[in-house]
Design a protein around this ligand. Structure first.
Ligand SMILES: [Cu+2]
Length: 464
């Protein structure tokens, strides 16, 4: 029985692979193999078994260029089914990597093929959309080079993650346990003038490129040189403030899409978001820590940029000051370099972000998602606006699959904001996003906090 069922699933995966675009004659883009594997890393002196997405030569994830074909074979070498989502890309919907929506998961020992054109460049990432695998680092960078890459500029990727020695299933179980204290906790919080509810999970560590500040990655850079720093928040549940220390940076893109540059030393980055930041290093030899401080906390992680021969001092894993909760002050200032063509919306959906910490049921319009929830209809060619109203005391980073969107309103103020794929909606806040329905299919829209997603803050759009 098992064999038959697996054979059936395998043939479905093969069918899925056959649904890519017909290969153009003379197109010789090679197939990149990505292997889903178990691996061990060391966290705070302890060995941890996690996942990884690697090419056979050990490269994490994938770097390619705009205009190329995304031609990838994913080989599942772990002992569980899996499926990888190409976060921020706009593939044909069958190749989007959401189990049960875009296609079946890949059984252990099997593979799936992907083949679609890359129509824009930028900093993206890939992660498992199956179960809670993302918490165990089934994540990797997905970099698409384009015109923002300047000659002589050094490119660095900083990938953030949250880590626990507790298995993710157990973390989720603990969160879902009925809480006798819940009422009291809510009252206490109400007494503190509706303080936002942050950081559901108490993590053992925060990682930057798989390492903690006890043993950070030290990257050699050129004194006086230029750097393009690509920051990816691959955390399951943790929003950060990126802190450049003594360096000043120029933010040139968010979630892969260009913005009118914003100069600063500190930039917020919510779960699943990316920042492209240009740095110009001073000419003297020095070590520059680049830190990410957890919101509402002093806990931090980071890397060190080492320009020339200079001492690297130990960076404590607690910042001198606790960081505030993320705000949308930067989001309000961002302006897309290539905004959507202004036009009235053909269709508007109000999506209330609902749920509560006490029962740990998270939902959209009070409906926790199940496969029986009907998709929201939209039609090809429409300009769609989503009015996101956060009814909860927690911030939710909301992600739309298969389309880039533009932030067009925050708390009643209309503006032509950033084009991106994940936006943070603050407690009791309201954000409106607009997108063009130009990629027919069945698409997920959800909170990117892993355990909120798992608990049901998820819905779908369909136009096939
Ligand atoms: Cu959420």
């Amino acid at each position: 029985m098992v064999v038959n069922r697996r054979a059936l699933i395998a043939s479905t995966v093969a069918l899925l692979a056959g649904q890519g675009p017909v290969r153009a004659a003379g197109d010789v883009s090679p197939v990149t193999v990505l292997q889903l594997r178990r691996r061990s890393i060391e966290v705070n002196g302890r060995s941890a078994s996690v996942f990884g997405i690697r090419q056979p030569n050990g490269t994490m994830g994938l770097t390619t260029k705009v205009g190329a074909t995304f031609r990838v074979r994913v080989e599942n070498q772990i002992d569980a089914r899996s499926l990888i989502h190409w976060h921020g890309l706009t593939p044909p919907w069958r190749q989007d990597g959401v189990p049960g929506i875009s296609g079946p998961p890949i059984p252990p020992g099997k593979s799936a093929d992907y083949d679609f054109p890359l129509r824009f460049g930028g900093t993206f990432w890939m992660h498992s959309h199956e179960g809670l695998q993302e918490q165990l680092l089934m994540t990797a960078p997905l970099i698409i080079h384009d015109g923002r890459d300047q000659p002589g500029q050094q490119e660095l990727v900083l990938m953030l993650a949250d880590f626990s020695f507790t298995p993710p299933e157990q973390i989720y179980e603990e969160l879902r346990k009925p809480r006798e204290m819940a009422g009291m906790a809510t009252q206490a919080k109400a007494g503190e003038a509706a303080k936002p509810d942050l950081n559901d999970v108490n993590y053992d560590a925060f990682l930057a490129n798989d390492r903690t500040l006890a043993d950070p990655e030290v990257i050699k850079v050129e004194p006086g040189g230029g750097i393009l720093l690509r920051v990816i928040n691959g955390s399951a549940m943790s929003n950060f403030h990126l802190d450049l220390g003594s360096l000043s940076g120029e933010l040139i893109a968010v979630d892969g899409f260009r913005v009118v540059p914003v100069t600063g030393r500190r930039f917020p980055i919510a779960v699943a978001q990316r920042l492209d930041i240009r740095l110009s290093l001073p000419r003297n030899a020095a070590a520059y820590p680049v830190r990410a401080v957890l919101e509402g906390s002093a806990r931090q992680t980071g890397i060190v940029l080492l320009a020339g021969a200079a001492p690297v001092s130990r960076i404590p894993d607690m910042a001198a000051q606790p960081a505030p909760a993320l705000s949308l002050d930067l989001e309000r200032r961002l302006r897309a370099v290539a905004p959507l063509t202004p036009r009235p919306a053909d269709r508007v959906y109000t999506l209330n972000l609902t749920g509560d910490m006490a029962t740990y049921v998270w939902s959209i319009n009070n409906v926790p998602w199940t496969p029986d929830v009907p998709p929201l209809p939209i039609a090809k060619g429409e300009r769609v606006e989503l009015v996101l109203v956060n009814k909860t005391p927690m911030p939710h980073p909301m992600h739309l699959h298969g389309h880039e969107f533009q932030v067009v309103e925050i708390d009643g103020q209309r503006f032509a904001g950033a084009v991106r794929d994940t936006v943070l909606v603050l407690p009791r806040g309201r954000v409106v996003i607009a997108f063009d329905a130009n990629n027919p299919g069945w698409w997920a829209f959800h909170c990117h906090l892993l355990y909120h997603l798992e608990a049901g803050m998820f819905t779908t759009f369909r136009y096939v």
